[in-house]
Design a protein around this ligand. Structure first.
Ligand SMILES: NC(=O)c1ccc[n+]([C@@H]2O[C@H](COP(=O)([O-])OP(=O)(O)OC[C@H]3O[C@@H](n4cnc5c(N)ncnc54)[C@H](O)[C@@H]3O)[C@@H](O)[C@H]2O)c1
Length: 223
C-alpha cells in the first residue's frame, strides 16, 4: 500500500470541520497528524470532539509545521491566509488554502511565487472547480460548440439568511462577502421602502448578472 499522506489543519473553526470530515473519508490515503489554532485550547477541543484524541494540537503554527507534514489545510480568517500559507510552503508543506486566496492582489502574488520557489503545491479551495458539472460546462465551452462566449449569467442564494461570525467582520474577512453585500443591500432597500425584508422570502434566489468584454477575466473563467 502507498504511504499515507500526513496532513494537518491550521485554524480549527467552522470550515475546518468540512476538511476534517473529508480527510476522515480518505482514511486509506490520509493520516490526520495535527492541527493548530491561535485561540488557546481550540485545536485540542476540535480534535477531541471528533474522537481524535491522539492527533496533536497546538496553539501556534510553528510547532505544527515541525511535525513533518506532507500537506496542510489553511482554514483561518481571510486576512491570515497569506501568512499561514507562506509559512507552510517555507516549511516544505503542500497547501490547500480556503477561499478566497487572500484579501489583496499583492498577497496572492506572494503566495503564488512562494509556491513556485519552494516547489510545493498551492491549491485554493474553490470547490465548484472540482464539480463534475463544472467540468462538463468547461468541456462544452472548450469544444467551441457555443462559439465565442460574450455573456454570462450567474445566480446564487443563501437560504439560511445572513452569515454571522468572522464572515462579516471586515477586520478578519478583509472584504465584505459579495453575497452578504447583496443581502445587506436588499435588506436596506426593503427597509427604506417600508416593506418586509426580502430576506424573509427565503425561496427567492439572489441573481447577479455579469457582462464582460474583459479578455483577462474571460480567459480566467475558461482556464
Ligand atoms: N469553501 C467554503 O464553502 C467556505 C465556507 C465557509 C468558510 N470558508 C472560508 O474558510 C475560512 C474560515 O472560515 P470559518 O467560517 O471557518 O471561520 P472561523 O472564524 O469559524 O474559523 C477560523 C479559525 O481560524 C483561527 N485562526 C485565525 N488566524 C489564525 C492563525 N494565524 N493561525 C491559526 N489559527 C488562526 C481562528 O482562531 C478560528 O478558530 C474563511 O477564509 C472563509 O472564507 C469557506
Amino acid at each position: 500500500m502507498a504511504k499515507k499522506l500526513k496532513v494537518g489543519i491550521i485554524g480549527t473553526g467552522g470550515i475546518a470541520n468540512a476538511h476534517l470530515n473529508s480527510y476522515l473519508r480518505m482514511e486509506d490515503e490520509v493520516e490526520i497528524v495535527g492541527g493548530s489554532d491561535i485561540v488557546s485550547g481550540k485545536a485540542r477541543e476540535f480534535f477531541d470532539k471528533a474522537g481524535l484524541t491522539k492527533v496533536k494540537a497546538f496553539d501556534n503554527n510553528t510547532d505544527l509545521l515541525k511535525l513533518g507534514l506532507d500537506a496542510v489545510s489553511i482554514c483561518t480568517y481571510n486576512t491570515t491566509h497569506a501568512e499561514c500559507t507562506i509559512a507552510a510552503l517555507e516549511a516544505g508543506v503542500h497547501v490547500l488554502c480556503e477561499k478566497p486566496m487572500s484579501v489583496t492582489l499583492e498577497d496572492a502574488i506572494k503566495m503564488y511565487n512562494k509556491s513556485k520557489e519552494t516547489g510545493k503545491i498551492l491549491t485554493i479551495g474553490f470547490q465548484p472547480r472540482y464539480d463534475p458539472n463544472m467540468d462538463l460546462v468547461r468541456d462544452i465551452v472548450r469544444s467551441g460548440t457555443l462559439g465565442d462566449i460574450y455573456y454570462i449569467q450567474t445566480g446564487g442564494g443563501r437560504r439560511r439568511g445572513m452569515p454571522g461570525g468572522t464572515f462579516i467582520r471586515k477586520e478578519l474577512s478583509g472584504v465584505v462577502h459579495l453575497q452578504t453585500l447583496v443581502a445587506i443591500l436588499l435588506t436596506w432597500c426593503s427597509l427604506q421602502s417600508g416593506t418586509q425584508s426580502l430576506l424573509q422570502y427565503r425561496h427567492l434566489p439572489l441573481i447577479i448578472l455579469a457582462r464582460t468584454q474583459n479578455t483577462a477575466l474571460k480567459q480566467n473563467i475558461l482556464q
